[in-house]
Design a protein around this ligand. Sequence first.
Ligand code: HT7
Ligand code: ZN
Length: 844
Amino acid sequence: PQTIYLKDYTPFGYVVEGVELTFALAPEATRVKSRIRFAPNPDATDRTFFLHGEDLTLISAAIDGSPVTPTLTEQGLTCEVPDAPFTWEAEVEIAPAKNTALEGLYMSNGMYCTQCEAEGFRKITYYPDRPDVMATFDVRIESDLPVMLSNGNPGTQDGGVAEWHDPWPKPSYLFALVAGDLEARSDSFTTRSGRHVDLNLWVRPGDLGKTAWGMEALRTSMRWDEEVYGREYDLDVFNIVAVDDFNMGAMENKGLNIFNSSAVLASQDTSTDANFERIEAIIAHEYFHNWTGNRITCRDWFQLCLKEGLTVFRDSQFTADQRSAPVKRIGDVIDLRARQFPEDQGPLSHPVRPESFQEINNFYTATVYEKGAEVIGMLKRLVGDEAYDKAVALYFERHDGQACTIEDWLQVFEDTTGRDLSQFKRWYTQSGTPRLSVEESYEGARYTLTFRQRTPATPGQSEKLPQVLPVAVGLLSPGGEEVLPTQLLEVTEPEQSFTFDNMPDRPIPSLLRGFSAPVVLERESDAAEQAFLLAHDTDPYCRWEAGRGLARGSLIASVVDGADPDGAWLDALRAVVTDPALDPAYRALMMGLPTQSELAQALYEKGITPDPDAIRDAVEATVRATADRWADDLRGLSEEARVAEPYAPDAQQSGKRALGTRVLSLVSRLDGGSAAEAQFEAADNMTLKLAALGNLVRLERADDALAAFEAQWKDDRLVMDKWFGIQIMSAPAPVAVERAEALTGHAAFDWTNPNRFRAVMGALVSNHAGFHRADGAGYDFLAGWLARLDEKNPQTAARMATAFQTWRRYDDDRQAKMRAALESLRDKPKLSRDMGEMVARLLG
Ligand code: HT7
Ligand code: ZN
């Protein structure tokens, strides 16, 4: 397979002045006619006329009305063309019903739908399928289906024909088409300049009852983007469609967002609070792309973080505004450490802006998205809120309608602030997680913090240069008073000191407030200092992190020395968790322990080979010890967590239920599961039901509950995904693989549906000790299924293969077994480009 390099970028030799497409839909033989007006691109020197095209049957081609015979290859076609503007016409045939990769035009439950990002449009027709070619699209769809949608505004909608006109030039990856027997929840929105917008959320018949939340989230997002970023919607209609078979969460196609049904459909009975929050965030994310992604798009796929990092940052701001900012921030840190840090510290490490790829689908990663968002957050902290607003306003003004680069993005900040961002740019080009160590000294009322930064070598980058690290710091007096409110220190050197004068007592530092930079803070702080910060820090993140540090220390001591859980930590934590003045959601976060995978990484970094069974035992012993020690508080906490009002998925109620769920997990260690059983019976919402079920599964007391759950929900695919997942995720580790194996034999295990596949395989991977069972059964099971899925759906298979990215952490035996599983995948005949690249990178 060919490797594509950022340094090789050249513009396409032609501009596209307009695209007309006609679809005659049929499952096995859809005909697509295209009429495209090309003109030589004055900014390009290479006039090769190459159109991408894959899995297409060319029926005819013509230039300016005269038939031509292009040269066809596996990737597309070339053709002799005039040295002046011309019209290209082609007709191709495709088979959406046979498209199991879910890229291009495919079918899901009788519905036609498309997924064109990143390179799916080339499976629909011949086209320069690259994001820097932007054009207006006029689309005509012919079929006997009642609903036929495409981008833009509706034109003629007559029996059997629907026309759509998108006035905004767009790249082909934003093209979309949907047709099917659909029903809509409809609403409207008036933009602040008075444009009336029809809003529709289209679903399969029967799902209308799950659309209220999504519609509300859309309206809230539209208003928020006007108020916070001054961005208005720009078409007469905004359509969202829910699709059951979808490779990712959702897609921001212009005016026609397509969603995985799991990312948009919600109801009290079928969805958890976490589902509601995720849906709200994804609706916002896709909507925000209308400006950061669609109106201003990426020049090439190396610039993916330009739209994704910024849009994730924007959706995080939105969630912080709708809910609790500290809780959102801590949740994002947990997520970053769980998903991005392992990526950046393992064989898949790559810069936020990668420099090469074989398959771009493999680079929709936590690094591009979440670290990309962290980079924007750092930039905002460094320049300040006002300057950020000014720079972003200039970005919209200067680049509207363009396909841009990270250089364009940084330039608006340089132009508005006068800052030199060349060192800051290393956040985009240098991979790996920086390590920041800190030492302190105190002499004659002067307190000094000395920072040292280093970034370990990563694949393809052995030498690292110092980065700009914004380190937010506060200082506390020994009495717990804040003697220095938050200050931003800019660490730019490999080693750098900062002094603070007039400190009558040696202060206690509160470092990296708000997690101001995505680094690993290496600090030898003792448990007493962490307990002090847990009790007194005014920064919610640092306070939480102090508790997390104590938990990590106690758990590591349990794993390594078999030590009992640290009683002082549990007592200090109890004081926070039982503090009624604190938000229940924050208290629930405080009660969370580091994941077993996170502990494995922490041990590995200390030079200790992690033993998944020992980690699991230490975690279980810690939870039991917590339950015993807090036994007298649990009833009161359960009471506090009770919600008296009718169910609402808002931050306040969700926070209470999150606290209640933590408490139930402790209670079930003491009562053998009776409270969980009672909660399962009584629950009037999925959050409480599923929490109860998880405990029952762990206690091996769930047979009746699982049967009842299945009987009630067997016809609801999204709920059944939960049923599949929880049995594996919460299973005692020794039986997790067998559970997963048995469930793959269940009649409802449709492995070609990405949600169902992920429900089972993802649940197994999340059961750390279960997946890493010493005999390697988990590895063989997963690799076997990945090999099978790769033939149908390479994108989803390759993404799931990232479960192996931490393989070098473990003991020789497990490493050998994981290596063998990866090699078996590598040696499979007819491996996809996605999986081929992924496995090669994993093996290193
Ligand atoms: N921009 C989208 C990324 C995407 C995608 C979505 C659905 C299926 C396949 C896809 N490939 C890439 C989603 C987003 O970030 O908003
Ligand atoms: Zn996105």
